[in-house]
Design a protein around this ligand. Structure first.
Ligand SMILES: Cc1cc2nc3c(=O)[nH]c(=O)nc-3n(C[C@H](O)[C@H](O)[C@H](O)COP(=O)(O)OP(=O)(O)OC[C@H]3O[C@@H](n4cnc5c(N)ncnc54)[C@H](O)[C@@H]3O)c2cc1C
Length: 376
């Protein structure tokens, strides 16, 4: 029986990635301690839009395809969790399948959208078709008259990311994991085996360590003597009371999106701001989100902003996730770099880390995602 101060595994970070790792590890019978300096889901994992778009939003196929195997796995875990997490915890994660309508205003956007439809329609479990402007307005009458076409995709989903974080945390605890408050400030592995995790007030020993610190992962470089090129990319989101207006698809355009969520509010975003670790919502961020929203859905004079949030995406130097063992250390693993897709991909990263620790290998090919790719 593991002692409270010597769990089998410590997971640093209580976002979707750390919680997913802890979930699978606890489910596999390991004693797990999650160390979180704020509270679970208090950063991007609690304040994201919550779209599960394995086939991308408005991105190019080549941006999405490298991670598609992870996205497929993640989507199937999310579908299973939609049933099991509420049963286990009583928390409704508000997971639902709803279509996406990626709209186009110009010939260039039409060409991009049509190419998306072409490869999306080959993917099992999804239905995608190209619509002209009038057909798109039949699906969502509120979109702009300037829309000349849209990629319509069924099989995608969304959820409430904060509720998901909460449900995962409770599920972890119900399987015996503990969540401790504290900021990890370093680690030590003197004999190359047992690990000591240092917080301001504590020293915790464990056999394996999972670092899932989101945009703050860069600091790990100092602990493991290896480059961890992850930086924060700020994004802002608004939730609006738009009266009776209900947008039942996720309408997307150039990386912006809008959809009415089960809470009755119209959620819309976003920005991409390279401003360091600043998580403060700003008037310019708000204006930029409103500008994109009203380009997509113009008649919103009556709408009122109810909530304005900002949070940070963990973006790796090449835009792809980082998952796997850390070279130079034994039994130390990293999972991060999920960028704009961490709510979707978090569960797949969790499963990979659990398989690496439990079985010594991953069921998915992690070669393109290893930290070692940055070391030359
Ligand atoms: C505006 C916006 C909208 C988004 N929308 C979507 C979406 O629709 N779909 C999607 O799939 N993704 C979306 N994302 C991306 C997604 O939110 C992130 O990729 C994901 O939440 C990252 O999860 P994480 O667990 O790695 O990081 P985080 O959620 O940031 O969690 C990391 C945790 O680690 C803790 N931590 C850090 N350092 C330490 C330390 N030293 N000691 C202890 N604890 C520490 C932090 O306090 C934090 O709680 C969005 C992101 C933004 C910003």
């Amino acid at each position: 029986m593991a002692k409270p101060d010597h769990p089998d595994i410590c997971v640093v970070g209580g976002g979707i990635v750390g919680l997913s790792c802890a979930y699978f590890l606890a489910q596999n019978g390991h004693s797990v301690t999650i160390l979180e300096r704020d509270s679970v889901g208090s950063h991007a994992s609690g304040f994201a839009y919550g779209s599960l778009s394995p086939l991308g939003e408005a991105g190019l196929a080549q941006d999405i395809l490298p991670e598609l195997a992870l996205a497929r796995q993640a989507m199937s875990i999310h579908t299973e969790w939609a049933k099991t997490l509420p049963e286990l915890t009583g928390v409704d994660t508000q997971h639902r399948f709803r279509p996406a309508l990626d709209i186009a205003f110009s010939e260039k956007e039409v060409a991009l959208g049509k190419s998306q439809v072409e490869w999306r329609s080959k993917e099992d479990g999804y239905r995608s078709e190209w619509l002209d402007g009038n057909q798109a307005r039949e699906i969502v009458p509120e979109i702009s008259k300037g829309v000349v076409g849209a990629a319509y995709t069924e099989g995608v989903a969304d959820l409430d990311p904060y509720r998901l974080s909460l449900a995962l945390a409770q599920a972890c605890e119900s399987m015996g994991a503990s969540i401790r408050h504290g900021e990890v400030i370093g680690m030590d592995q003197p004999n190359g085996k047992v690990l000591t995790i240092l917080t301001a007030n504590d020293r915790i020993q464990c056999d394996s360590l999972v670092l899932a610190m989101g945009p703050w992962s860069g600091i790990i470089s100092k602990w493991i003597d290896a480059k961890v090129p992850i930086r924060p990319l700020k994004g802002q989101i608004l939730r609006l009371d738009a009266g009776d207006l209900e947008i039942n698809c996720s309408v997307g355009w150039r990386g912006s999106y809008a959809c009415t969520k089960p809470d009755g509010l119209l959620w819309t975003g976003t920005t991409e701001e390279d401003v360091g670790f600043n998580e403060t919502p700003t008037p310019s961020g708000r204006d930029s989100v409103i500008e994109s929203l009203t380009k997509m859905i113009p008649n919103l004079e009556e709408a009122r902003i109810v909530e304005h949030t900002a949070c940070l995406r963990p973006l790796s130097a090449d835009g792809k996730v980082i998952v796997g063992p850390v070279q130079n250390k034994t039994n130390v693993f990293i999972a991060s770099g999920t960028g704009r897709k961490g709510i979707l991909l978090g569960p797949a990263l969790g499963k990979i880390i659990c398989d690496l620790i439990t079985l010594g290998q991953s069921h998915l090919d992690i070669e393109p995602f290893r930290l070692s790719r940055f070391q030359n």
